[in-house]
Unconditional design. Structure first.
Length: 263
């Protein structure tokens, strides 16, 4: 009897250890863009593991494929986009996706190798902006806020260069893929670059930007899932782990206001 009890205790202990080390963890695939989104999710991973959730991180280099992959079932969630971009993708592409939690804010910045301030822009200067909906409009609104252009009816997030009604310096607006903008700095006068791509290119958003959105920018990034999955237990675990005090501290320490927690 003593031996039986000892064996039972040993098996019970082994089972406890197996759970503790994630043997029964539920595995999910989460898509991110390379850079801060990936780095932050690496910090989320061990916290989620304590709650029985094993996160497999898949990195992408653009803003289009992660939503396609999520809608197609190749991912369980993604973390790379702000809410207006997701809303636009859902409307234009018919994706059945929803946001389930906020992550971080990336104040977009304007950078240059040729001028030290927007006041130095000469007539005809080339200004590169993201060519994707919402981010392009976001930059045009920033240029308007800096007094360089005026947009039709004050502009919206969906503004494009054709909505510019006043352009005193006749700035040449060049639309490029967001991931290519850091490489454009040798060819244009200024470029508006999303923070994740700036950091990936070794650009310091706090020190190097000649103009930048305020840190309280409304463009909070989100975790997105398929609508059918939004109430599943693993979704709550993922959001809880991401919005933990440990992850917030990691973001503040690692990125020093280049990336701001939105939770």
């Amino acid at each position: 009897m003593l031996r039986f009890r000892s064996l039972a205790s040993l098996l019970a202990g082994a089972a406890t250890l197996a759970v503790a080390f994630g043997a029964s963890a539920e595995t999910i695939k989460v898509g991110v863009t390379a850079g801060p989104h990936a780095q932050i999710l690496e910090a989320v991973k061990p916290i989620a593991a304590k709650d029985g959730l094993d996160i497999q991180i898949l990195e992408f280099t653009d803003y289009v494929i992660p939503n396609q992959a999520l809608a197609g079932g190749d991912l369980d969630a993604n973390s790379f986009q702000h809410q207006p971009y997701l809303d636009n993708q859902v409307k234009d592409r018919g994706f059945d996706l929803v946001s389930v939690g906020k992550t971080v804010v990336y104040p977009i910045g304007i950078y240059s190798k040729k001028v030290k301030s927007l006041d130095e822009l000469q007539p005809g200067a080339k200004v590169a902006i993201p060519n994707d909906p919402t981010n392009g409009g976001r930059v045009l609104l920033l240029l308007q806020a800096k007094g360089l252009i005026k947009l039709k009816d004050g502009g919206t997030l969906k503004a494009s260069p054709i909505d510019i009604v006043e352009n005193p310096k006749k700035l040449e607006i060049v639309e490029l893929d967001a991931a290519q903008l850091p490489r454009s700095l040798d060819d244009v006068t200024v470029a508006a670059i999303n923070t994740n791509f700036a950091l990936e290119a070794g650009i310091d958003p706090v020190k190097d930007a000649i103009a930048r959105e305020a840190a309280d920018s409304p463009y909070a990034n989100v975790i997105a899932v398929r609508k059918a999955d939004k109430d599943k237990p693993w979704v709550a675990k993922l959001v809880k782990a991401y919005n933990s005090p440990e992850v917030k501290e990691f973001i503040l320490t690692k990125f020093k206001n280049a990336v701001v927690p939105a939770f």
